[in-house]
Design a protein around this ligand. Structure first.
Ligand code: 8YV
Length: 311
């Protein structure tokens, strides 16, 4: 009999087919599978989930046979790694693969705001072009970009920013060796010297709400915030206030605290570009991520340590 796997989020059909070939898949996102899943809980040995969904300790506790949680992503903030280890559960991620695509979405959000791309789209569609002029945008050239969290994604964003003629600065938990970009002592100090502040930082207890009212004030009324990490690194209440009161100039957000049920106020906030968490969502990257998920799960069932175990 095929081993049982719980799938928390849908994957690309070709990846689900690869899993289907070797395992009995139980799809948590399909309401009509709920009763069948309940009956299968004691047999489930692997969970495949997304970085944004993770797996709660309550769920882990309901799965006595669980041996591996394969995350289709790099964020481990939604899985308690220590708790998983204490139950001898491997947790795996898909490192390296999505770096460039996530940085690209950050650039897309930045340019959309500086060059008023989504605003222009709405303007043309509304038939306003023949009637009135469209406001000038702003050039990225010569502007200062501040990267909050200089890991792989932060560095990839910095390389892109340099190609646009921007000056790059960063704040990171620790000094980054062999990095020519200017390091700042705090998020607020970085924001004060940035025209565009880009959150690329991993979500941990220490980074929750790191972009708070003080950081937003330091960014200033022409400043733009881009968030491509996790919603909870930004204090969303402070951000909505800052947008509505003109404390900052705009925000490009790919991630939110309560995805996919974002605060409705974001839809009416001025100068905002919103994306439904699409950083890694390209055909090429999701395929490569899915293949690594399949390899990790396969290694676990073959009795070896999955290649990209993080705990
Ligand atoms: C994915 C992510 O959107 O890597 C992560 O942590 O959040 C994203 O790459 C997600 O994992 C797919 O649900």
């Amino acid at each position: 009999m095929k081993p049982d796997i719980l799938l928390v989020e849908p994957l690309m059909p070709v990846i689900e087919a690869a899993l289907d070939a070797n395992y009995r898949l139980h799809r948590l996102y399909r309401a009509d599978d709920a009763r069948e899943i309940e009956a299968a809980l004691p047999r489930i040995r692997a969970v495949v989930t997304g970085g944004g969904s993770g797996l709660s300790n309550d769920w882990i506790s309901r799965l006595p046979a669980l041996g591996v949680i394969a995350i289709n992503g790099v964020g481990t903030d939604k899985v308690d790694l220590k708790f998983a280890r204490s139950r001898n559960i491997d947790v795996t991620t898909t490192p390296g693969i999505l770096t460039e695509d996530v940085a690209d979405i950050g650039v897309a959000l930045m340019l959309a705001l500086l060059r008023r791309v989504t605003e222009g789209d709405r303007f043309v569609r509304a038939g306003r072009w023949p009637q009135t002029g469209f406001p000038l945008g702003r050039s990225p050239r010569g502007k200062r970009v501040g990267i909050l969290g200089l890991g792989q994604i932060g560095k990839a964003f910095g390389r892109r920013a340099e190609a646009f003629g921007m000056q790059v600065g960063y704040w990171n938990r620790s000094l980054v060796p062999d990095c020519a970009w200017k390091s700042f002592g705090s998020a607020a100090a970085l924001a004060a010297e940035s025209d565009v502040l880009v959150a690329c930082i991993a979500a941990t207890a220490a980074t929750q709400n790191i972009v708070d009212a003080e950081v937003l004030r330091a960014l200033g009324s022409d400043g733009i915030l881009v968030n491509i990490s996790r919603g909870n690194v930004v204090d969303e209440t402070a951000l909505l206030e800052a947008l509505n009161d003109g404390v900052i100039g705009g925000a490009g957000l790919d991630v939110f605290v309560d995805e996919p049920n974002i605060r409705p106020a974001f839809c009416n906030a001025p100068n905002t570009v919103l994306m439904p968490h699409q950083g890694s969502a390209t055909y090429e990257t999701r395929l490569a991520m899915g293949e690594l998920v399949v390899a990790n799960v396969g290694a676990y069932f073959a009795g070896s340590t999955p290649p990209t175990t993080v705990n």
